[in-house]
Ligand binder design. Structure first.
Ligand SMILES: [Zn+2]
Length: 301
């Protein structure tokens, strides 16, 4: 009898161990579903989110749109985008009218926290659409910093368990942004002779706020070389010739042959800058892009 009891005890222990195993697996699965999934609408806010969530366990960041998508003007959501959002806890957005498609999302996903980063960000007025904003505020360091602060606050509210870590990361990131701003400031200090330019994406209008560059015209042909009529082209050429334009700014993202044609006809330089709206997705993409832009601008001052 004693021996039998011993065998039973062993079987019992095995069962307990197995049950413990099951519980452990269950716990593990539970932890995964506790994970905070943060999805960004597009590249500039994605890069901020990467920095603010860096190294925080249980927090994942992804970009709803591919890193090469660019601005979301006239963007239509895909079923793949919807799937990513269905799985998300927090959706971070630029605001300022960049994500007009979002109303549809709100109505279909009441459980999703929307985190706009444009509160208190002083946006320029749009040249293209009267009464609308130029939403590309990430190109000016102090406005970009404000967006990062707004995002950190929103993340801390939505995920209070990691509040301190979001703010720690914010401090690290804003220190880097400040450093970039200082590099521009010290280079342009005392250079009062402003340069004239024509830009090919209204994003670059923000440059005139922290560099001695005056934007005399903004030509919007984003992503489409044929969008400029012969009459419009003649008008731009005329502006360049009559207004003493130092350089034409086009972006890395959309190398427009139309800009090259204007340069050929007028003799103006074409300056290719990064609008920081696409890239390799690295955490330091904004920092490095801004530094590269400064290096390219230096030639003209
Ligand atoms: Zn744009």
């Amino acid at each position: 009898m004693k021996k039998k009891a011993g065998v039973l005890a062993v079987i019992f222990l095995v069962l307990v161990a197995a049950a413990a195993g099951v519980i452990a697996i269950g716990k593990n699965t539970g932890r995964q579903s506790d994970e905070k999934k943060i999805v960004a609408s597009f590249y500039p806010v994605y890069v901020i989110a990467e920095n603010l969530c860096d190294g925080i366990d249980g927090v994942s960041v992804s970009n709803m749109t591919p890193n090469q998508t660019g601005c979301l003007h006239d963007y239509q959501m895909t079923t793949e985008d919807m799937k990513k959002l269905e799985d998300a806890d927090i959706f971070v957005l630029n605001g300022g009218g960049m994500e007009t498609f979002v109303e549809k999302v709100v109505s279909e996903m009441p459980g999703l926290t929307l985190l706009y980063t444009d509160e208190g960000v002083d946006m320029l007025e749009s040249d293209e659409e009267e009464g609308e904003y130029n939403a590309h505020a990430w190109l000016e360091p102090s406005r970009y910093k404000k967006q990062a602060e707004n995002m950190a606050k929103g993340l801390a509210d939505a995920d209070p368990a990691n509040k301190e870590k979001y703010f720690e990361n914010l401090d690290k990131y804003t220190a880097k942004i400040d450093e970039v701003a200082k590099e521009y400031e010290s280079f342009f200090a005392g250079k009062e002779n402003r340069r004239n330019t024509i830009i090919f994406h209204e994003a670059f209008e923000y440059l005139s706020l922290f560099a001695p560059v005056d934007v005399l015209a903004a030509v919007e042909v984003e992503g489409d070389n044929s969008a400029l009529s012969a009459g419009e082209l003649a008008e731009v050429v005329d502006t360049v010739n009559s207004q003493n334009i130092d350089f034409i700014i086009v972006e890395e993202q959309y190398r427009l042959s139309i800009a090259d044609r204007i340069a050929e006809e007028t003799g103006a330089d074409v300056l290719v800058l990064d609008s920081l709206v696409t890239g390799d997705g690295s955490k330091d993409a904004w920092i490095n892009g801004m530094k590269d832009n400064l290096d390219k601008l230096k030639k003209y001052f």
